[in-house]
Unconditional design. Structure first.
Length: 276
């Protein structure tokens, strides 16, 4: 029972840290201080939980936990979070802190779902299945966010056409404004990108601990990373004001077509994604 409780708490820490990354990403690209405050609070909770576990582990083992790779990874992730919080709270260096958090999340995930830890745990099979569950859940949430960007882009094009032809009727009164639609497109992928990144990290970890053989060149893995890079490029170019108006809307529509291909057909060409 205690083993299962510890496992659950570590999973909660991973989820909280992944959600904080979503808000950090929104703040980084959109300069949203409210999102930044939420991210810092979530990360602070993760650090507090990590500290409690670290102290309890030291009390139980009566030594400092750095004598094995498994212990070292946990201590490293803990130090990363401390440094990140110091950079943000004291020195106001948000960008270095953001990238530190990405590194810390990766290592915290490795620690939580490490192969040796799973094999030694009495809830190893449960941990594997829950890792897969979290991976799929975050992937689906990312796809939902990208779907929302597609909806806003479609509404943008409809509204633009109506306004251009001056055929406004009361049926179109409930459409968002062009500005609202454009903002909706951007915010949707601001959420979708970090969710997809988290899903890919967890998916690779699951494959490593669960499969005897898997290739990083698997079609589903490659296409998912391509999808991630594609949306990041869209955000970067938008940030530099290269995409505006209808061009920006069409980019979202074309990108969503690739989302559908990756979601519906990617598994057909994968060696181990057998979700039909």
């Amino acid at each position: 029972m205690a083993d299962l409780t510890m496992t659950r708490l570590h999973e909660i820490m991973v989820v909280l840290q992944s959600v904080s990354l979503v808000f950090y990403f929104i703040d980084y690209l959109n300069k949203d201080r409210h999102a930044h405050r939420i991210a810092v609070r979530l990360l602070s909770i993760v650090w507090l939980l990590q500290t409690v576990f670290l102290v309890l582990y030291i009390v139980e083992t009566k030594r400092f936990p750095i004598l094995s790779l498994f212990e070292g990874i946990y201590f490293y992730a803990w130090l990363i979070i401390i440094l990140s919080l110091v950079l943000q709270i004291i020195f106001r260096l948000d960008l270095p802190a953001f990238f530190l958090n990405v590194i810390g999340f990766i290592f915290m995930t490795i620690h939580t779902f490490a192969p040796n830890q799973i094999e030694q745990s009495a809830v190893g099979d449960t941990l594997r299945s829950e890792l897969l569950f979290i991976h799929i859940t975050f992937a689906l949430l990312a796809y939902v966010a990208f779907s929302l960007s597609f909806v806003f882009s479609t509404l943008y094009l409809i509204l633009y056409r109506v306004l251009k032809k001056k055929k406004w009727t009361k049926q179109f009164s409930r459409l968002p404004s062009l500005k609202q639609a454009e903002t909706g497109m951007t915010l949707s992928i601001l959420v979708g990108v970090p969710l997809l990144f988290v899903s890919l990290v967890l998916g690779l970890e699951w494959a490593y601990v669960s499969l005897e053989v898997f290739s990083i060149a698997d079609f589903k893995i490659v296409s998912s990373f391509f999808l991630l890079v594609m949306y990041i490029v869209v955000l970067v170019i938008k940030k530099r004001a290269r995409f505006i108006g209808t061009n920006y809307a069409w980019v979202h529509i074309y990108a969503f077509l690739f989302v559908l291909i990756n979601f519906l057909l990617g598994s057909q060409f994968s060696q181990f994604h057998l979700w039909y």
